[in-house]
Design a protein around this ligand. Structure first.
Ligand SMILES: Cc1cc2nc3c(=O)[nH]c(=O)nc-3n(C[C@H](O)[C@H](O)[C@H](O)COP(=O)(O)OP(=O)(O)OC[C@H]3O[C@@H](n4cnc5c(N)ncnc54)[C@H](O)[C@@H]3O)c2cc1C
Length: 438
């Protein structure tokens, strides 16, 4: 389909955020009598799900120490739960297990979940946590976990399927998705309003508003909009850290083992919750080699062909600006040993699973902001940025909030993610988690 010369709303990126924004905006316009999906063009240089959304592990959880993240995530889970079939959403729940150092964070998270009505359960004490886990998985044997937050909402969704489900909803609302259209630059008026985008398929004028949802390509778009590579960040104590890079990259370490998916089930044969295990107990491979005796962590879930999951990401030192997805695997060579040792540490059913590790491309690169939290805000007078700092496959509801903002409403849920927070010091609290996304 050839690119139109103009569109009232132009959305760049057909990942979870671009498509959720387009779908919810189309609904808002129709329900308010302000227009329809035909006023929206989504452009993607490849196609729906070609970016991070199509390779995400797909975990949907609320476990966030930061109040604003937790509240936003509750709204996102509401969207997942609104149409599990179209979104290929599996509401199996989510369990976070932590070491003593993480206890206070998880207790605070649980208390907030209780306050906002997010269904979860807290178990404290090593013996109590062990009993809870053995009730679900009789072969549970992880050591050193003294706290367990069991979320009875959340779970996971099948990445590409859910993106295609959203694409179908967009098209049903009259939105057109233009695949194979690479945006190469913007034309800005004197007041910094974007009037048009240049693309590999020609020029498209922006009638009213432009939304960018570029996932790991955030830095490329940041530069196209003439925004600064480095920023000053005011810390909550009032100090100003000068010239912090706005974008850094982390390599997400993920992989899978090919086993009968049904071999990973709860004691009553039910689907297992997603599990995130952090502990400082020594981690050894099945043949007795010490992997680490410091705090380590893994996450895992049942997948279609086995068990899939990951471990803490690694900072990317080199400049991957132009190609966040190199064609080779992004995973550290020691990842498979570590992750499989972690699975075996957790449950005896996974003993020897290293032999079933699937040697395939997995993992990927995430672009993180200066404080590792999303920026959801107007970046230019008519340009809204959905820059999720790699938090976001689970954040399917952000598009619903963005749609409200685009038609002129205020979003209380998105307000804490405004860009101005770096200048004002209104930053999010930091947890004890070794992950940049908790
Ligand atoms: C390995 C891995 C595992 C993850 N696991 C999870 C998880 O379990 N749970 C979770 O919540 N999050 C997870 N994430 C994070 C999550 O995947 C991302 O935060 C989220 O998918 C970003 O969505 P998006 O729509 O912003 O970007 P994307 O899905 O990356 O979409 C951006 C789109 O923009 C297009 N594009 C880029 N440049 C241009 C251009 N110049 N012109 C036109 N189009 C362009 C791309 O083709 C792409 O389709 C994971 C990330 C990775 C890498």
């Amino acid at each position: 389909m050839s690119l139109p010369g103009s569109s009232r709303y132009v959305v760049v990126g057909a990942g979870i955020h671009g498509l959720s924004t387009a779908y919810h905006l189309a609904k808002e316009l129709r329900e308010r009598g302000l227009g329809s999906g035909r006023d929206i063009a989504v452009l993607d240089k490849t196609g729906p799900g070609a970016g991070a959304s199509g390779i995400a592990c797909g975990v949907v959880r609320n476990n966030y120490f930061q109040p604003a993240m937790s509240e936003l995530m509750q709204a996102c889970v509401e969207v997942w739960e609104s149409d599990p079939a179209a979104y290929h959403y599996n509401p199996v729940g989510y369990i976070a297990l932590g070491a003593a150092v993480q206890e206070s964070d998880l207790v605070a998270t649980y208390e907030r979940q209780e306050a906002i009505g997010y269904r979860s359960e807290l178990i404290l004490g090593e013996a109590e946590v062990d009993a809870h886990m053995k009730g679900l998985f009789p072969d549970w044997r992880a050591q050193g976990t003294t706290v367990c937050l069991h979320e009875h909402q959340g779970g996971f969704a099948f990445n590409l399927d859910s993106v295609l489900g959203l694409a179908g909803k967009c098209e049903a609302e009259g939105v057109t998705i233009y695949s194979g259209v690479e945006v190469t630059g913007f034309e800005l008026a004197g007041d910094d309003t974007v009037t048009a985008a240049s693309t590999s398929e020609g020029r498209i004028e922006v009638g009213e508003q432009l939304v960018i949802a570029p996932g790991p390509w955030a830095r490329v778009f940041w530069a196209m909009l003439g925004l600064p590579e480095t920023i000053d960040v005011r810390t909550p104590s009032g100090d100003v850290v000068r010239d912090r890079p706005m974008w850094t990259y982390w390599n997400l370490q993920e992989g899978e083992i090919t086993v009968d998916p049904l071999s990973f089930a709860t004691a009553d044969g039910g689907p297992p919750p997603v599990i995130h295990l952090d502990t400082a107990a020594p981690l050894e491979t099945d043949d007795g080699r010490l992997v680490t005796d410091e705090l380590w962590g893994i996450y895992f879930k049942r997948d279609r062909h086995g068990v899939q999951g990951g471990a803490a990401p690694l900072v990317v030192e080199s400049d991957v600006e132009l190609d966040p997805y190199p064609s080779t695997t992004n995973v550290d060579p020691d990842f498979a040993d570590m992750w499989c040792a972690g699975l075996s540490h957790a449950m005896s059913r996974f003993e020897g699973c290293r032999a079933s590790y699937k040697d395939a491309r997995s993992g990927g690169v995430g672009a993180f902001t200066a404080d590792n939290f999303p920026v959801f805000d107007y970046l230019r007078p008519n340009v809204y940025g959905v820059l999720d700092s790699n938090h976001g496959y689970k954040m399917i509801g952000v598009g619903r909030e963005v749609a409200k903002v685009l038609v002129g409403e205020h979003s209380q849920l998105l307000y804490p993610f405004r860009f101005e927070r770096f200048a004002t010091g209104d930053l999010h609290p930091v947890s004890h988690s070794p992950y940049p996304w908790s």
